[in-house]
Design a binder for this molecule. Structure first.
Ligand code: FAD
Length: 521
């Protein structure tokens, strides 16, 4: 039977290495590539203007690539469970395909939509291509538990062998018997929204440094892969949090939205490494992709992964509720130029270096402000172009020394850390131009500058730029003691998760059930 098929794009906004899209084309006479603006996922609270711009760019690019195959993208709005039944009837759909997604919301959404599809006689096929491996296989291989250390993760991955090779994008030839019906009012009914239509004030936007889309992702990947010496010598801890142009790849937004397949990234690196001396995980670029896999696995294996409460691997800490401190951190008003410059870059550009994330995350939580990491997670989710449910939650737990990392007594200084790679404070001057006339001796601590220096710099601390919110030397020592207490409480509990190698799942997940069903077929 020739099918009328919907391929549902969610993440995976690409044609290359898209096995679900290829599955859609099998025995297909009509293809509807669909993207849904889902109010749960695509709203103004959790998606900031820069990420919207990236998403719209990625969708535009996808539409453009589909048109080259004589197809096009249909963008719809609403809850998927409301949108799909109408489409199934209207287009007489017989098959639907999508890329598997491990986020809890996605799993429950997909379960609902799959049930609705089956009720409408629509066959559903999903494929795994957002991660390097099938995350369930990693957990299975670790006796049903998520590995909680990178070393353990490496051991498991070694037994699985290298990730699958990516598959090619469909060609015009692959599409020769497939058509996408055209609608007169396509633009009106299924067109892409503009930022203005979505209610954003675009006059506040900064230059788009990292545009979205598969073509841009592949171009950027090519560019990096040509720097073979840089790729082979890459060691993450040696890269700089405050260089004026990024010292790492900035491929993360593309990987998050799936404009770039992680497996394509992995295998391009393998090709570059071939026959050459190169760095290794955890610090190499392969190592970075394994960090991603590590946090994805933990996010699937650990219940309530994005929360402190109910999360069995997370140290329970008596964080303070302090809206003023939180607002000051979010709005780059802490009075520590290094922290404020990073938060400004985040808001303006949507990307900050990994170690810059370390600095501001430690400052907000265990280092200085003693605020729950979940609050930081929310701000990052809104402002990061690469905002990713699993990676954001996993890294915030790491940085707050709640999970994975336990050396809570190692605190980043909001003054000394940045100086290591930028003595002059050029990065601070770029993002906080009101401090640009401060001499290097005071740029990280302007409050220590004599009044005459502040006057000469045209910026009086306490008037033009805030005084430091806290006294780092004092508060960080106090916080280490508070953390020590939280750890003591944690180890007093004989069931302490820190003593376990991983968390065993109580019940099979929706993914398990769906996969078992498919295996049976
Ligand atoms: P590169 O160094 O070039 O690495 C290549 C790829 O490896 C990245 O594109 C990314 O996909 C992956 N990767 C690198 N570092 C990590 C890591 N520590 N954990 C998981 N994957 C990694 N990354 C996100 O993609 N989304 C997030 O929401 C996110 N939130 C974070 C929150 C905090 C508090 C911290 C400390 C880190 C967070 N990270 C997040 C991880 C990391 O900072 C970014 O992935 C990285 O900085 C992206 O830049 P890049 O592409 O230049 O990385």
């Amino acid at each position: 039977m020739a099918h009328i098929c919907i391929h549902w794009f969610r993440k995976g906004l690409r044609l290359h290495d898209n096995p679900a899209l290829i599955a859609a084309l099998r025995d297909c006479k009509e293809l509807y590539p669909v993207f849904i603006l889902d109010p749960y996922l695509h709203n103004k609270t959790s998606v900031g203007i820069n990420r919207w711009r990236f998403l719209i760019g990625a969708l535009k690019d996808l539409d453009c690539s589909l048109r080259k195959l004589n197809s096009r993208l249909f963008v719809l709005r609403g809850k998927p469970e409301d949108v799909f039944p109408k489409l199934f009837n209207q287009w007489k759909v017989t098959k639907m395909t999508y890329e598997f997604d491990t986020e809890p919301y996605s799993l429950s959404r997909d379960k609902t939509v799959t049930t609705l599809a089956k009720d409408h006689g629509v066959e559903v096929i999903y494929k795994i291509s957002h991660t390097l491996y099938d995350i369930e296989r990693i957990i299975e291989e670790n006796n049903g538990k998520a590995p909680l250390t990178y070393t353990r993760m490496q051991a498991i991955v070694k037994t699985l062998g290298p990730p699958k090779r990516p598959i090619s994008a469909p060609t015009v030839e692959d599409m020769k018997d497939v058509k996408t019906p055209s609608f007169k009012k396509h633009g009106e009914e299924y067109g892409l929204p503009t930022l203005e239509e979505l209610g954003h004030n675009t006059s506040a936007l900064f230059e788009e440094k990292f545009p979205g889309g598969e073509q841009e992702a592949l171009r950027s990947l090519d560019e990096h892969m040509q720097r073979t010496g840089w790729v082979c010598g890459f060691e993450k801890p040696q890269t700089s949090p405050n260089s004026l142009s990024p010292s790492t790849t900035v491929l993360s937004p593309h990987v998050t939205f799936g404009c770039l397949s992680a497996r394509t990234f992995w295998w391009r690196l393998t090709d570059v490494y071939q026959g050459k001396k190169h760095s290794d995980p955890p610090v190499s670029l392969h190592g970075q992709l394994l960090w991603r896999e590590f946090f994805y696995t933990a996010s699937v294996g650990v219940p309530n992964f994005n929360k402190m409460e109910g999360n069995p691997v997370c140290t329970q800490v008596d964080w303070d509720t302090n809206p003023e401190y939180l607002a000051a951190w979010r709005e780059a008003q802490t009075g520590f130029p290094f922290i404020d410059a990073i938060m400004t870059q985040l808001r303006q550009e949507g990307w900050i270096h990994h170690l810059a994330r370390h600095a501001v995350a430690c400052f907000l939580t265990r280092g200085d402000l003693w605020i729950n990491w979940e609050e930081g997670q929310k701000v990052f989710e809104e402002l990061l172009l690469d905002g990713d449910w699993a990676l954001n939650a996993g890294n915030w737990q790491w940085l707050s020394a709640s999970t994975f990392f336990h050396q809570y007594f190692r605190v980043y200084s909001p003054v000394a850390f940045g100086k290591k790679t930028d003595k002059n404070g050029d990065y601070i001057k770029k993002y906080l131009p009101l401090l640009k006339k401060f001499p290097a001796a005071y740029i990280y601590e302007p409050w220590k500058a004599p009044h005459s220096v502040q006057q000469a710099a045209g910026c009086i601390v306490g008037k033009d730029y805030p005084r430091p919110l806290v006294e780092h030397e004092v508060i960080s020592k106090k916080n280490i003691q508070r953390m020590k207490l939280a750890y003591a409480k944690r180890s007093a509990d004989s069931e302490s998760p820190s003593k376990k190698q991983g968390v065993k799942r109580k019940q099979p997940s929706v993914a398990d059930l769906m996969k078992k069903k498919e295996k049976k077929k």
